[in-house]
Write a protein of this length. Structure first.
Length: 349
């Protein structure tokens, strides 16, 4: 037991890279001290064995920076995806490629301080948790509307669609290596990473972490991307979204009964014998009813679509070799022009 307790906790850091040209070098510089044995706030030894930079085909020159960092640091590894898959699939690809006892996932933009890893590890060991999320002690460095929308979406998932182990999800997380690699092995293409972790993780908890300001750059998230992100979280949370369809039907049925009762009471009690008016109200009710019906069918169709993609075997990610070292990297012709001309002029027999 004493020998096991003296061994440092081996950590793999996974960084999905989309726009990391300006930030990756500084992030690696901050991680370098952790590649030697250091200690957590309560004295537990840890060491970062590897940093996996997962290239997700962003718009900048991140690929060149990744190649430079892998050449300069033995602990840095590049993980190359065949195309852009998104943050969560890129994170899964990094988890699948890791080998540490613990996996830390963090953003590329400098918002997450690597020095907080020790505190998250202490929380995991003290509470015997297999997943620890960073719990921001300050407001996220985003706009007011984005922060409000994020809180609202997380509240909806936690209350209306709550699954097991629902906490305030963050991309800065510490995951037991076995759990992270297992999720990366079986998660489907439409699975939301944190929902999938909740399916198999033991105790899930949070650890207080101060978020830093992002480096000045355009965010890779747009309104459409954030809405898609939220909708994937809803669909991955289970079949509770389908129950919402039933509740919509019940609500509109009750509304219809109330309106029928109102019309009958008005006709018999207040103005007997008069014609029942209200074509405009009828049209409004019909429009709302058909809208609710189409919305319900849309929700069902989304669930069917997720199952179809899963049945077709669509992978969440595909890891390839560095394109710069493969056939796609050979941009220049290797046969001299005069040689080509001489070959063309050679008589054929």
């Amino acid at each position: 037991m004493s020998h096991a307790a003296a061994e440092p906790h081996r950590i793999s850091i996974v960084v999905p890279v989309y726009q990391g040209e300006r930030t990756l070098s500084a992030l690696i510089d901050e991680i370098v001290p952790l590649t030697q044995v250091t200690h957590t706030p309560v004295g537990r030894p840890l060491i970062v064995e590897e940093v996996l930079l997962v290239f997700d085909h962003g718009p900048d020159n991140s690929a060149a920076v990744i190649r430079q960092l892998t050449s300069a640091h033995a602990f840095v590894r590049g993980v190359w995806l065949s195309r852009n898959f998104g943050q969560h699939p890129a994170t899964l690809a990094g988890m699948a490629s890791s080998g540490g006892e613990w996996i830390v996932t963090m953003d590329e933009d400098g918002q997450h301080d690597p020095a907080a890893i020790g505190g998250m590890l202490d929380t995991a060991l003290d509470q015997q948790a297999t997943v620890v999320y960073a719990k921001p002690t300050n407001a996220a460095p985003h706009g007011m509307w984005r922060n409000a929308a994020s809180r609202g979406a997380k509240w909806l998932i936690a209350k209306a669609l709550a699954g097991d182990n629902t906490v305030d999800y963050q991309s800065y997380r510490l995951v037991l290596g076995e759990v992270g690699r297992s999720v990366a092995a079986y998660a489907g293409s439409e699975a939301y990473l944190d929902i999938a972790l909740g399916w198999i993780a033991g105790d899930v908890t949070t650890s207080p972490v101060a978020l830093r300001e992002e480096v000045d750059r355009r965010s890779g998230y747009r309104l459409r991307t954030l809405l898609s992100h939220f909708w994937r979280m809803v669909l991955s949370s289970g079949t509770k979204g389908l129950r919402m369809v039933s509740f919509i039907g019940i609500a509109f049925a009750l509304l219809g009964l109330i309106l029928v009762a109102y019309v009958l009471v008005s006709y018999f009690a207040f103005d007997p014998g008069s014609e029942v008016q209200g074509w405009a109200s009828t049209m409004v009710i019909l429009l709302f009813g058909f809208g609710a019906t189409l919305f319900s069918l849309g929700v069902v169709a989304e669930y069917v679509g997720v199952n179809v993609k899963t049945a077709m075997g669509k992978p969440p990610y595909l890891i390839v070799t560095d394109p710069g070292n493969g056939p796609l990297g050979r941009l220049e012709p290797t046969v001299p022009a005069d040689t080509t001309e001489s070959l063309e002029n050679t008589p054929k027999t």
